[in-house]
Each structure stands twice: as structure tokens, then as C-alpha cells.
Design a protein. Sequence first.
Length: 251
Amino acid sequence: MLELKGVSKAFGGLRAVDDVTFSLTRGAITGLIGPNGAGKTTLFNTIAGALAPTSGQILFEGNPIEGKAPYQIYRSGIARTFQIPRPFGALSVLENVMLAPIGQSGERFWNTLIRPGRIRQEEHANRDKAVKILDFLKLTRLADEPARNLSGGQLKLLELGRTLMSDPRLILLDEPGAGVNPTLLGEIIERIVDLNRRGITFLIIEHNMDMVMNLCRPVVVMSGGRLLMQGDPEDVRRDPRVLDAYLGGAA
Ligand SMILES: Nc1ncnc2c1ncn2[C@@H]1O[C@H](COP(=O)(O)OP(=O)(O)O)[C@@H](O)[C@H]1O
Ligand SMILES: [Mg+2]
């Protein structure tokens, strides 16, 4: 579904992502792990278009997307969350979901001139969709709450909800388990599994190894910008190269 071929991203002399090649299978929940500074978030940013790769190719469903603008990649069917959630704190939870762009025709100049009725209709459709998403995420009772009042885990759910507005086929999650209490973590895992059963493919950066072991297959390991290995979670967990990478990172 997604193919990376020799993807690199340098910041000055630092090769944050260094010649990474791997592919994501449609329907899988792939984990992306590695010590801090391994280049995971930078890799996400190059896939999502926030950064143009220095070299290499990225194909989504067979089409090259490297170097395209974030909105183009988003419209092609890839949505992402951020390691640090970025809600509009003063706006309600429902508004935050509604504001996620869906490429509605109301954004386009011609439609504004020609079909105002259609735009009102789409605003209603937008709200209905956001309401359904909050229901799915069990956030309905918080719909009118300002987003700044949410806990870390609730914010992660809200971020997931925002991605769903665009009906993505691939979702990139950057540390969905970080700062989340165990109860909500279970909720988040259940929702990801449910969405995956409905056909959404996931690539998930995560440090919580329980979550990775439960949820992700295969697991891709990065270290120092490079792809270290890829395999089933059980194999990754006992691979000495992976242990070395983590211990080296901590030293
Ligand atoms: N915008 C940037 N400018 C310069 N260096 C960066 C930038 N973003 C990340 N880096 C560096 O690239 C490396 C990889 O970072 P990152 O992708 O955030 O790693 P990870 O998400 O695996 O912890 C780190 O050394 C980091 O300091
Ligand atoms: Mg990161």
C-alpha cells in the first residue's frame, strides 16, 4: 500500500532518516519503534508531506507522493496525528473534530458563488459525521467541553477522531499511548483494532512495548536514522541488535 524506497532526510549534516526502504501491507497495523532520536517522527513527516525527503521515493497505492504538499497527501487518503496533540484549546471537542479538513466543496471559491445551499448542507453533514465519530470514540459526553480541559488520553482520542473526518485509508499515529492512563490506553487500542477491522491500515510509532506487542504486526525498528530490522513483535523483542540499539540510546 505504501512503499518507501531509499528514503533519506538530512538536516544539515545530520541524516535523521538514512536510506530507509520498507513497505506497508494494506490491512496491517505496522509498529515503528526505536530509541529517541532514531528518526521515527522525521520519517512520518516525510510520508505526510510536512518535510520533503532529501532523496528517495515514496509510493502510496502505486503513486509517487514524495515532496507533495501535506494537503495533497491528506486528500489522497493518508491522515496523521502528532506526537504532541495540537487541539484548538478554546474550541469544543465537537468543533475540533468538525474543523478537520475533509476537502469539502465549501472551501472552493466557485462553489461559494454558485451553490450556497449545498455548502449549508455539507456543514450539516460535517456536524453529523463529527457527532458519529465522537460517539464511536465514546467522547460524546465531552462534545461541548473546551478541548483544553481534556486529559492526555482523551486528547489522543480526539486526534484520532480528527483523522477520521477525511475517511483515510492509512492513518499514521505518533505515540498514541504516550501520557495515557491504562484504562484509556485500552480504549484507544480497542478503537484502533475496530477501525482496522473496517479496513483502515495503520503505521504506529509507540514506546509502550505492551501496546506494540498487542497491536502491531509487523514491527519495524529504526536506529540512528536507519532501518535496523523488521519482523514479528516476538522476534523483534528478542533480537540482540534491537536490545543494543536501546541500550546504546540510553547510554
Ligand atoms: N527540524 C529539525 N531540524 C534539525 N534536526 C532535527 C529536526 N527534527 C528532528 N531532528 C533531529 O533528527 C533526529 C531524529 O529525530 P526524530 O525524527 O524526532 O526522532 P524520533 O521521533 O525517533 O525520536 C534527531 O537527532 C533530531 O534531533
Ligand atoms: Mg518522535
